[in-house]
Design a protein around this ligand. Structure first.
Ligand SMILES: [Zn+2]
Length: 294
């Protein structure tokens, strides 16, 4: 374990603040200069690992690597330097691109997604390198600038840079920590299937006084379709939905049960009168092991 001194901490906070000040909003074409600035900034941070900016058809990707440890595994660290638009700035206590420390937390757009988490593996690698002169494994870095817009350039990029990205394991530095007090590593993520449902109705608006009762209202049809997704108990009622879903292994079930988790705190946090979900499973099992339909 690398030793990190207090001066390191102060520098990390200063550097993270620098990063947070760059308004790298990938969805806003007017922010293109900020996107390049952020990519350059990350690349400079990766100077100890041959950091470089690689252009794509969209926003640039930053690559870096520390290799050469024969026989050791290679991990690829993934992250992104782009952020979501800040929305209505009047709803921010402090401006989104002026980082502010309150109660030991940094507030700014992108602080947790994903600029803070991107810096963690960078700083760990840098600190271990400074202390031991080498890492115990080979590391590659890939920090993209299009995660918040669906990574449109990444597939082609991965294909074209296959040789520079070869790894035994990918570690995503994107995603939340389970608790500030408990470090965690997510080992799987739910996939996602999104569908648009379009319900069509009469050719023109119909007056309910003249036509009511003779024609089905598309809103009612849509409500029926949505309501049919779940049964009264909260399980998904779509035929075949649970086909092929593996049941939770006993060891996993026990491991989940050992995680400190207070349902009441969670309920209060999300602000609902009661938790709701598939019967027969604990909240953590529902959250982390069961497929859902939203
Ligand atoms: Zn993210």
């Amino acid at each position: 374990v690398a030793h990190l001194s207090f001066t390191d901490r102060a520098r990390y906070v200063r550097e993270l603040s620098e990063f947070l000040r760059i308004p790298s909003i990938s969805s806003d074409p007017a922010r293109r200069p900020a996107m390049c600035e952020a990519a350059d900034w990350v690349s400079a941070q990766l100077a100890f690992a041959n950091g470089r900016v690689v252009e794509t058809d969209g926003h640039p990707v930053v690559l870096g690597e520390l290799l050469g440890l024969a026989g050791a595994p290679t991990i690829l660290v993934y992250g992104h330097y782009d952020v979501q638009p800040p929305g209505d700035e009047s709803e921010w206590t402090t401006p989104p691109f002026e980082p502010s420390v309150r109660d030991g937390r940094i507030y700014a757009r992108g602080a947790t997604d994903d600029k803070g988490p991107v810096l963690v593996p960078l700083k760990v690698a840098e600190a271990v390198l400074a202390q031991d002169g080498a890492l115990p494994l080979n590391v590659r870095f890939l920090i993209e600038g299009e995660e918040e817009i669906g990574s449109p350039s990444l597939v082609l990029f991965l294909d074209e840079h296959r040789d520079e990205l070869e790894a035994d394991l990918v570690v995503s530095a994107d995603g939340a920590m389970w608790r500030p007090s408990e470090p965690s590593i997510a080992i799987a993520a739910k996939g996602l299937l999104a569908l648009d449902v379009v319900v069509t109705g009469p050719a023109a608006d119909l007056h309910s006084g003249r036509h009511g009762g003779a024609v089905q209202n598309p809103i009612h049809a849509l409500a029926r379709i949505l309501a049919s997704l779940h049964d009264d108990g909260g399980a998904v009622a779509v035929p075949g939905f649970y086909d092929g879903v593996e049941s939770i292994a006993r060891a996993d079930q026990e491991a989940l049960a050992r995680i400190p988790f207070e349902e009441e705190t969670y309920r209060a946090e999300v602000g609902v009168p009661g938790l709701h979900g598939e019967p027969g499973f604990t909240t953590l099992e529902r959250l982390w092991t069961r497929p859902t339909s939203r």
